[in-house]
Design a protein around this ligand. Structure first.
Ligand SMILES: CC(C)(COP(=O)(O)OP(=O)(O)OC[C@H]1O[C@@H](n2cnc3c(N)ncnc32)[C@H](O)[C@@H]1OP(=O)(O)O)[C@@H](O)C(=O)NCCC(=O)NCCS
Length: 153
């Protein structure tokens, strides 16, 4: 059975390893990606900060003792829009556990948490070509709102 729980600050390494495993194949969407970032000092600082409170929230999905997925969120400041936003900074499920409803469970848990904490909207960014993630978010109630563009200079 899959259980979803909120990590404590000591669980930072679990999040680092989950992020590393989940995003291993993301270089195909972003050739500028720093591979190994999650396991680096910068990754450790990022996840430690996420776990230090300040309105951030994470959940980890466990199959027994095995961490198999996670979702990490923080408040998104958009003063030019009316709603209070919580942003899904990153989330994922390890490959062997995908398509079993775990991602959906993680989003549902965050949605519940966001409502309890008086947020009105969830926001997430996805790589433009990550069609599986985009289909997953749409199925979970998200709809496109903007499009990020970049260029070399
Ligand atoms: C996107 C991602 C998080 C989805 O997680 P997931 O656990 O596979 O998601 P779900 O299982 O809830 O839903 C996905 C699929 O399972 C199906 N599904 C949902 N509940 C199910 C259940 N109880 N049993 C079987 N299948 C189910 C959905 O219809 C969907 O179908 P598909 O895989 O055939 O398209 C996962 O693919 C992932 O980690 N990708 C890599 C990292 C990434 O891209 N993250 C998002 C960008 S930040």
């Amino acid at each position: 059975m899959i259980l979803i729980s909120q990590p404590s600050p000591e669980d930072v390494h679990i999040l680092q390893h989950l992020n590393h495993e989940v995003f291993l194949d993301n270089q195909k969407y972003d050739d500028d990606l720093v591979m190994g970032w999650a396991l680096s000092k910068a990754g450790e600082r990022y996840f430690s900060r996420l776990l230090s409170g300040k309105g951030n929230v994470c959940f980890i999905a466990y199959d027994g003792q095995i961490p198999v997925g996670y979702i990490a969120c923080s408040p998104k400041k958009v003063s030019y829009r009316k709603s209070r936003y919580l942003e899904i900074d990153n989330m994922g499920v390890v490959p062997a556990y995908r398509s079993k409803g775990i991602g959906t469970k993680l989003v549902s848990r965050v949605k519940q948490w966001a409502k309890q904490h008086h947020y009105q909207k969830l926001f997430v960014n996805s790589y433009f070509h990550n069609s599986k993630a985009i289909a997953f978010y749409r199925r979970n109630g998200f709809a496109e709102i903007d499009l990020g563009l970049e260029m070399g200079v």
